[in-house]
Design a protein around this ligand. Structure first.
Ligand code: URA
Length: 430
């Protein structure tokens, strides 16, 4: 190991065998944390070639269980977002794309940092189970076209161990390390193609567009080398996506979006992502036609019907689909009004996300009742004293709810001539 670490320290390229040995020995415990930490820092400083990055990804994907999706007919398409605030896209596009005839086997994670997790949102539906066996997962996708399940500990265990060490050693921020971490889990699921949504901006983990482009390219290259079709989008994450931030309210917004009442920015992103997934899955000749099909299925209610089927199949209370407000019924509401008259020029997504994370930790078992509803978005006019947002929280944590309301209020900036940046800023296909 010492020779391998020295080789990377000196800026030389590691062989596939050396990388496989590192992943094997670190997972088994033979390579100690100190050695791995040194190697990770050398990678942060020296980088990795596309070949090394792909070899690292494959070795991590092979460190645990890999799903066998071969029993599912059709071209299976996955989707991944690098994480944002108010990003409930999977909850809409997975059923919507399945309703367009493309099977979607989706393994999702939980909250990370200031960003929420799909599984936490989905589990707000009473009774709904996300811990599916590989057999149940594949059977569900075969029969109804979609399943959203929690990523298991058995998939890509090397990534789990490496990620924890990266977190403790300031080695998270590296394009090859992030790309291999994300893609190892996706290769372990084993879909035929994937649409990646790389978030960039204040509320994302990557703040500048050039770096987001690099990450998108690195992930697309890994996919190409591993035989997976990849489309990597780069999309803005400066203000929260849509109008809801928080597990219960985001599930609620996903349902109302499938019912045809989604906020424009969120609907636009869902249609773009779905369009690419549908085209990758072969149900449309190109992403533009795919988007049109997605729009039709959104309008005719078949996306919502597919979500209903999925909820039923995973043991959740189906009535929530007809009465999404039930998800936050009984929550205490704090109203936030505008301090100035003008246009909303910014809503700091990171601050809103962090406020909701802190509120959730105060709420303990009533986490699903915590959320922020934004009644104004960037570009909207506000009159002083007008309602701009509501914070919902369970009873009994008034102080934490007040603090969250203050944070949300201060996340808004008012001025004139707001600039709404385009949602989609980059696209890499391989
Ligand atoms: N998400 C991951 O899964 N891995 C990273 O390294 C960063 C974000």
């Amino acid at each position: 190991m010492r020779d391998i670490i020295a080789k990377k320290r000196d800026g030389r390229e590691l062989t596939a065998e050396e990388i496989a040995a590192v992943v094997r020995d670190y997972t088994s415990g033979e390579m100690v944390d100190a050695q791995m930490a040194a190697l990770l820092m050398a990678i942060v400083l020296r980088g990795m070639t596309p070949r090394e990055t792909a070899d690292l990804t494959l070795a991590m994907a092979d460190s645990g269980e890999r799903l066998d999706l071969s029993s599912i007919p059709g071209t299976k398409i996955d989707k991944h977002s690098t994480g944002g605030v108010g990003d409930k896209t999977t909850l809409v596009v997975a059923p919507l794309v399945a309703a367009c005839g493309v099977p979607v086997p989706k393994m999702s994670g939980r909250a990370l940092g200031h960003t929420g997790g799909t599984i936490d949102k989905l589990e707000c539906i009473p009774g709904l189970v996300t811990d599916l066996s590989p057999e149940a997962f594949c059977a569900q996708v075969s029969e109804i076209g979609v399943a959203i399940a929690a990523q298991t500990e058995r998939m890509a265990p090397a990534d789990k161990k490496v990620y924890a060490l990266r977190d403790a050693t300031a080695t998270v921020e590296s394009v090859p390390l992030i790309a291999s971490s994300v893609m190892s889990k996706k290769l372990a699921v084993g879909a035929d193609g994937i649409v990646l949504d790389v978030k960039v901006g204040r509320g994302a983990f990557v703040h500048d567009a050039a770096r987001a482009e690099k990450l998108a390219e690195a992930m697309a290259q890994i996919g190409a080398r591993a035989g997976m079709k990849v489309v990597a989008l780069v999309t803005r994450m400066d203000e929260p996506l849509g109008c809801a931030v928080g597990d219960g309210v985001e599930m609620m917004e996903a349902i109302s979006t499938l019912a045809g009442n989604g906020p424009p920015d969120f609907v636009e992103l869902c249609e773009i992502v779905a369009g690419h997934m549908i085209a990758l899955g072969g149900a449309s000749p190109n992403p533009g036609e795919g988007r049109k099909l997605a729009t039709r299925r959104l309008a005719d209610g078949s996306g919502l019907g597919k979500l209903r089927e999925m909820v039923r199949r995973q043991g959740g209370e189906e009535q929530v689909i007809d009465d999404p407000e039930a998800l936050i019924r009984g929550a205490h509401r704090s109203v936030i009004t505008g301090q100035e008259t003008g246009e909303v020029v910014g809503i700091d997504a990171r601050r809103v996300g962090a406020a909701m994370r802190d509120l959730k930790s105060a709420a303990r078992e009533h986490r699903r009742l915590c959320g922020a509803l934004l009644h104004k978005k960037v570009g909207d006019r506000v009159v002083r004293g007008e309602l701009i947002a509501t914070v919902v929280a369970p009873d009994g944590i008034a102080e934490a709810a007040e603090q969250a309301a203050r944070e949300v209020a201060e996340s808004f900036s008012t001025g004139e001539n707001a600039v709404r940046s385009p949602l989609l800023v980059g696209l890499t296909e391989m």
